[in-house]
Write a new protein. Structure first.
Length: 311
């Protein structure tokens, strides 16, 4: 009876393995199909968004008769004028001005905070500072804008005079908003650096600050630049917070205290007051196309830096 029982056990074992193999086979195919459907859906959504924005934005130049030179280099925005003018240069200038200045303010602060969390007090940084920075990144933009409107704008008015609204208020609010993004990415890049590089520098007699300045920062520079570019991408597309403090004046500012406007602010303020298919509506979609193209530029720069960031 023992051989029969052994044979029965082997047959059952083979049958069980076959059933498990078949189950894993169907699970794998189900996962592949589900993943493929999700990827195709995301690609279709992205292509649809790009096509919709591009078709609306190009209509300004292809069908409405607005020249590229007037749109990108014109300084007068008067949709209701006779004749109408659609110069978007003041808004493009305002967007780049607040974005670049916010990055110049937030980048050194973010680098210092990241170095403090990873190189100076890593345990304290991971337990207290990193959660606090992540909490800052979760605050809605309207809260930043309201704080800037009620605290920062009156402060600038009392210090420098004028209305308080302007490029300076906008870049200060934006620098605070993008600081958590830059700090988090820089901290992750510094934490991912192999310990052998630090130990080798210390073994050669370098101090901690020499190691940070001559080894850690140059080695992780592409990853640090990635954090700055992602912060700039967020700042360039921010609308509500900037709209509340920048003043929304359609002209090129000549000082940091003058009111200005950005692409996002003029789109959010004017889009609801225009009819779909009108000349002004198409011009606003052209601004949205500029924002989309700038997003692609930021993504391309991040990809280039990621290729260089291979330690």
């Amino acid at each position: 009876m023992e051989p029969i029982e052994g044979k029965t056990y082997m047959e059952q074992s083979k049958r069980t393995r076959g059933m498990m193999r078949e189950k894993h086979y169907w699970e794998e195919w189900t996962g592949r199909i589900f993943t493929s459907v999700c990827v195709v859906f995301l690609i279709a959504v992205i292509i649809s968004i790009v096509y919709f924005v591009a078709s609306k934005g190009v209509a300004t130049f292809a069908f409405d008769g607005v020249s590229l030179r007037e749109f990108f280099f014109g300084t007068k925005w008067s949709p209701d004028g006779q004749p109408a003018s659609f110069g978007a240069l003041p808004f493009i200038t305002g967007s780049f001005a607040v974005t670049i200045m916010a990055a110049l303010i937030a980048s050194p602060l973010g680098l210092c905070a990241a170095l403090f969390m990873t190189e100076i007090v890593p345990k304290f940084g991971k337990r207290i500072l990193q959660p606090a920075i992540e909490l800052l990144s979760g605050i809605p933009s309207v809260v930043y804008g309201f704080v800037g409107l009620t605290v920062l704008v009156p402060l600038l008015r009392n210090m420098f005079g004028g209305q308080g609204n302007g490029i300076l208020a906008g870049c200060l609010v934006l620098s605070l908003m993008i600081l958590p993004t830059i700090t988090s990415i820089m901290a992750d890049a510094l934490a991912a650096l192999p310990k052998g590089l630090r130990e080798s520098s210390f073994a050669l007699g370098a101090t901690r600050w020499q190691t940070i300045a001559r080894v850690i920062i140059p080695t992780t520079l592409p990853a640090l630049m990635t954090g700055i570019i992602l912060g700039m991408a967020r700042a360039f597309g921010e609308a509500l917070a900037v709209q509340m403090v920048i003043g929304n004046a359609p002209h090129i500012p000549h000082s940091l205290l003058e009111s200005a406007s950005t692409l996002t602010s003029v789109i959010t303020l004017s889009m609801g007051n225009t009819a779909m298919g009108s000349l002004q509506n198409d011009a606003l979609w052209s601004m949205a196309l500029v924002l989309l193209l700038m997003t692609f530029v930021f993504v391309l720069l991040v990809r280039v830096l990621e290729r260089r960031n291979r330690i």
